[in-house]
Design a protein around this ligand. Structure first.
Ligand code: ZN
Length: 556
């Protein structure tokens, strides 16, 4: 079925709650494991149906945030979801407290049981009003950013549309584009500060209701961290500071020389070559057909996957006004297909978006027939390992997108990925400090960001861009608002993807088979165990990061 033909039906609140109540009663009264598990399968069916309709509405809303119908539906789910969570929580308690739990564990696995325990620490029905307010604040931020109207080059642009100017080979143009973006943020920064301040206070209050000292603890449970903790993450960031920050500084100097400037400025960020970054040789209409060809050649599994994606119109990846920013992959359980959303704007980043989101989508497709839904509930560092590794596994096909500048693209992608590591840690440490000190004023938060920026990105120079120089850069970073503590997952995943890259230099096929294995393991194991099973070293272990840095230095 094509995406546009998929029928959408609003999730009926009363009916859904009644069905949940029935499931809860049945779980409590189940006399043997067969009865309990049959009931559990009905729970899968109910949550699949809710997820499918809600996700359809969310996708259609994000494609056009000015569409009043789906905007209304989106608001409806902002309210509904926390209310349904009360019953979901009660259902989980019923199966967790069942005398048949050990037998159920044999069916759904120990990871699923651990995740249920964490979910109890992440939610309480007393939080519902605050969670509803939190969702509304997230939507407010997203709408504000999506509606940005920046006058530049004789037209009105949204933020994504500014990216080609900000990475333009003409330095004066990109300098002016940065200035225009800086100017835009100066007009909205007070509003963003207000939204974020409310978010921090809201989330802190939720943590206090749960009896935690601060939101960091609750945030970790919300991210379903089931195999590592705050100390391990801190140790990871320390290793990054020791090994990657100097590595990035070396790349910075090399890049400065390559593009021929006396000093790199913020507007030279994301510019890797004097003649400009490699440009796509594919037009918009050629992008998907190129992706189809690439995945046909990569493996039989990816060939089957891309056929479904393309035949069913499961891509909406080109930017247009009123589209939500960013890119994502999501999944429609009832149709057993993924969906990929993006804001391709004609820059090299478009290829990264396609390969990245297709990594997520491919994994979702590979495990579409798993009977145990819990096996699909992957934590985000694992999900991002699937997607970021795919960015490297597709290197051999980059000539289709970049022609004679394919090597330049690989240089750019490799350096960009390395530069990202300290940035991702900066976002993470910033959020830890923000939630550990919820009473910081907006001004103090900006000072904090500037301070941390000095240790993670010591060579960054914002020149006279008042908003960015004043510690405002994080206000562009959607995850800080929408998904607290998500960001480190990208960093952990990128370290895994780089380990795969090192391995594929030596043995591509072997690395690919281990990648497939990791995708198929899905959520059957804990992150730290699964990556080791697939031949990768834990990013938390002392030495992993410095060893990886040494290996990358040899080839970059
Ligand atoms: Zn991703």
């Amino acid at each position: 079925m094509k995406f546009e033909e998929m029928p959408y039906v609003r999730v009926n609140k009363e009916e859904t709650i009644n069905e949940f109540k029935q499931l809860i009663d049945n779980a409590k009264s189940a006399s043997d494991i067969d009865a309990l598990f049959d009931n559990h399968k009905n729970y899968y069916a109910l949550s699949d149906s809710v997820m499918t309709n809600m996700t359809l509405a969310q996708i259609r809303h994000s494609i056009d945030t000015s569409d009043e119908f789906y905007s209304g539906e989106n608001d409806y789910y902002d309210e509904l979801l926390p209310e349904l969570q009360v019953y979901l929580d009660e259902y989980k308690k019923a199966i967790y407290n069942s005398p048949l739990r050990n037998e159920l564990e044999k069916k759904i696995g120990k990871v699923a049981i651990k995740n249920i325990e964490i979910s109890f620490k992440a939610f309480d029905e007393n939080l519902v009003p605050l969670m509803q307010e939190e969702n509304a604040l997230i939507t407010e931020y997203q709408k504000l950013i999506a509606s940005a109207k920046i006058e530049f080059d004789g037209k009105i642009n949204n933020i994504s549309m500014m990216a080609p100017y900000m990475t333009c080979s003409d330095r004066e143009t990109r300098k002016a584009a940065w200035k225009a973006l800086d100017g835009y943020f100066l007009t909205v920064t007070d509003e963003i500060d207000t939204i974020y301040d409310k978010m921090v206070k809201n989330r802190t209050e939720q943590a206090h209701i749960m009896g935690y000292k601060d939101y960091v603890e609750l945030g970790y449970y919300r991210m379903n961290r089931n195999s590592y903790n705050r100390d391990m993450v801190e140790n990871f960031r320390r290793q990054v500071k020791e090994s990657f920050v100097p590595f990035v500084s070396d790349i910075h100097r090399r890049r400065q020389e390559r593009i021929g400037v006396d000093a790199l400025k913020c507007y030279d960020n994301k510019v890797y070559f004097k003649q400009g970054n490699p440009k796509l040789v594919t037009s918009e209409s050629e992008m998907i057909p190129a992706a189809v060809k690439m995945y046909h050649e990569l493996s039989p599994e990816t060939a089957e996957f891309i056929n479904i994606m393309s035949d069913s119109n499961l891509f909406d990846i080109f930017t247009k006004p009123n589209k939500q920013q960013g890119g994502y992959m999501t999944y429609l359980p009832n149709f057993k297909v993924p969906f990929v959303f993006g804001n391709c704007n004609g820059t090299f980043d478009d290829v990264g978006l396609i390969t990245h989101e297709c990594g997520h989508a491919f994994q979702g497709y590979l495990v579409r027939d798993y009977e145990i839904s819990e096996d699909l509930e992957i934590t985000m560092e694992t999900a991002e390992t699937h997607s970021m590794s795919m960015e490297y596994f597709t290197y051999n096909w980059m000539d289709m997108f970049f022609g004679d500048r394919t090597e330049d693209y690989k240089t750019l992608h490799g350096e960009d990925s390395v530069i990202f590591i300290p940035y991702g840690c900066l976002v993470d440490e910033f959020q830890h400090k923000v939630y550990e000190n919820p009473d910081l004023t907006p001004k103090e938060r900006k000072e904090l960001w500037s301070e941390l920026e000095k240790s993670y990105r010591p060579l960054l120079d914002y020149e006279d861009n008042e908003f960015f120089a004043g510690g405002g850069y994080w206000q562009r970073q959607m995850h800080i608002f929408t998904n607290p503590f998500y960001y480190i997952d990208y960093v952990l995943a990128s370290i895994n993807a780089m380990q795969f890259k090192v391995r594929m230099n030596e043995d591509y096929e072997g690395a690919w088979q281990d990648y497939l294995k990791l995708c198929r393991l899905s959520a059957k194991g804990f992150f730290t165990d699964m990556i080791e099973e697939c031949g990768l070293k834990s990013p938390f272990e002392d030495g992993t990061i410095s060893e990886l840095t040494d290996k990358l230095r040899e080839t970059m």
